[in-house]
Design a protein. Structure first.
Length: 550
């Protein structure tokens, strides 16, 4: 008997088949798991977006239904306007004495839907119908605040129904906030809601009995309406005499005076821009015009103008005329009579009759213009064209006299400061046959800094005395020397020296009175025709003086 110990196993082909079957089964299982997870996440995201979208819709519907007025829509609060048809900003009004809910705004900002209740508390803001956006609360969460496209959108469209309630259409779209494009699910919802919190009449509201039924009550237990707005006529009761009233603010039309009267709690007063206080009237706001239709100043009078067009005149009294006319003032007691007038391209102010014109400060006359055209400054005018009780100051230009002379500087010590004195401290060569301009190196004085080295230049027009002397050092016998005072290039005065013999230092001198205008100059020239040798002008003996005397 033969014993067989051989063992059997899987062949290679069998192993490959089993492995392939396992891989396929595992892949199918993984795919099913992934798809199931994706569907679950998609459902979660879709549910989240739908819930937030429904929250936005239900909140808007509730707020609109409860509102007293769908006031406006717009792109933002600043552009919210009743005339605007659609926008992402909606403002609603409520009957809310506390101001915690009125007004309420729903709007989209930075991809978030927000709700703001209550008005601003800005003391500088007279309009308390604006929502306080600093108190806004988020209506949507960060889960639908997707910063990438597509962005969230919210559009309100207002429809005003004639004879019915206003209707608001809401178009909202929210997108889930996820970096995974497969989960950036968007949902869009459109709906509409109408305001239903107040009565609306589609026909005239007429009582069944005349003069018997009231809207609200002002006597007994008061029941008053808050505000009344009309778009056309507001009719008031008419009476010939003041009716009995106990409530301030009541109005009626008085048929005797043909005016509206208001009861102030004590008595009936006429209604108008002008207010009354006993026999006085006053008007303390706005502007008024007489003879025109467009006031641009506190009080504007317009005459001889068919269609006045007046520019901005500021806060004051304005008078606009065509032709002659202006402001006329007269005192019937003492006869003073004057006017302020614009005529012929000029502005005139003055007296009409033979009375002087005075200018006042601190209730005292400081300047007077006489009927002959003479001015008095601080005094009554005399026969001079200008008389002053005080100091007259010229800061530039000086004073001009009838001869045409202008004095721009003051005289000192009873004379004029214009003048100079100089002398030669170093000898100067006098060459043969050469006209030499004498230099004066040292100044004794120079009142207005008009002298420089060899020339005096006048700063002002006037009359000047000029003296010049030159000492000739050791001339030869019979040598001849001439000295000239030269005014702006022209010889004014010439002196002659002819040496009769040898001399140490003979002197040649000249003097003159010159009429000079500002800018003209004076020099001293010396020349020799017959000198036989070069000599020198001797220092100490060579001098030059100029002084203005008129």
């Amino acid at each position: 008997m033969t014993k067989n110990n051989k063992k059997f196993g899987f062949t290679l082909i069998e192993l490959l088949i089993y492995t392939a079957v396992f891989i396929v089964a595992a892949g199918l299982l993984t795919t099913v798991l992934v798809i199931t997870t994706r569907i679950e996440n998609t459902e979660i995201v879709s549910t989240q977006v739908g819930q937030e979208l429904n929250l936005v819709l239900s909140t808007v519907q509730r707020l609109v239904r409860d509102a007293s007025l769908v006031e406006c829509v717009g792109a933002n609060q600043g552009s919210c306007n009743p005339a605007t048809a659609s926008g992402s900003f909606l403002r609603l009004r409520y009957t809310d004495p506390t101001g915690t809910k009125d007004p309420t705004c729903i709007y989209l900002e930075n991809n978030v839907v927000k709700v703001a209740e209550g008005h601003t508390n800005d003391a500088n803001l007279s309009d308390d119908y604006l929502c306080d956006l600093t108190l806004a609360k988020d209506l949507t969460t960060s889960k639908v605040n997707n910063p990438s496209l597509p962005e969230n959108s919210l559009v309100f469209t207002k429809f005003d129904v004639l004879g019915g309630h206003a209707t608001v259409q809401i178009d909202a779209s929210l997108t889930y906030n996820s970096a995974n494009p497969d989960l950036q699910i968007s949902k869009t919802l459109r709906s509409a809601v109408g305001r239903a919190s107040a009565a609306t009449f589609d026909s005239d509201l007429i009582p069944n009995v005349d003069n018997s039924i009231s809207i609200g009550s002002i006597t007994g237990v008061t029941r008053k309406w808050k505000n009344l707005f009309v778009s056309n006529l507001l009719g008031l009761g008419a009476a010939a005499i003041d009716p009995v009233s106990t409530t301030a603010g009541t109005l009626y039309f008085n048929t005797t005076g043909n005016n509206v009267k208001v009861y102030n709690g004590t008595s009936w007063k006429d209604v108008g821009y002008w207010m009354g206080s006993g026999s006085d009237i006053y008007y303390n706001t706005g502007k008024a015009t007489i003879g025109g239709s467009t006031p641009s100043a506190k009080l504007l009078t317009v005459t001889n103008v068919a269609a006045p067009t007046v520019g901005p005149l500021g806060e004051g009294l304005a008078v606009v005329v065509t032709g002659g006319g202006g402001v006329y003032v007269k005192n019937n007691t003492d006869g003073g009579e004057g006017k302020f007038e614009a005529y012929g391209g000029n502005i005139g102010i003055g007296s009409v009759n033979s009375t002087p014109l005075q200018f006042w400060t601190s209730n005292s006359a400081q300047a007077t213009l006489s009927i002959t055209g003479n001015w008095g400054l601080g005094m009554v005018p005399n026969t001079s064209k200008l008389a002053a009780n005080g100091v007259i100051e010229s800061t530039s230009g000086g004073f001009k006299f009838p001869d045409g002379t202008t004095q721009a500087t003051a005289a000192s010590s009873g004379g004029f400061a214009s003048g100079a004195r100089a002398y030669q401290s170093t000898g100067q060569t006098l060459s043969q046959s050469v006209e030499t301009t004498i230099n004066f190196q040292t100044e004794s004085y120079d009142g207005l800094n008009e002298f420089s080295s060899n020339r005096f230049t006048a700063q002002a027009t006037g009359r000047y005395i000029v003296n010049a002397s030159v000492g000739i050092q050791n001339p030869a016998a019979l040598d001849r020397f001439d000295l000239a005072i030269v005014k702006s290039g022209n010889y004014s005065s010439i002196a002659l020296l002819k040496a009769s013999g040898a001399s140490d230092t003979p002197t040649i001198a000249a003097s003159d009175v010159l009429n000079m205008t500002a800018g003209q100059w004076v020099e001293v020239h010396v020349w020799s025709i017959t000198n036989t040798r070069n000599t020198q002008a001797q220092e100490g003996y060579t001098r030059f003086t100029v002084q203005r005397v008129y």
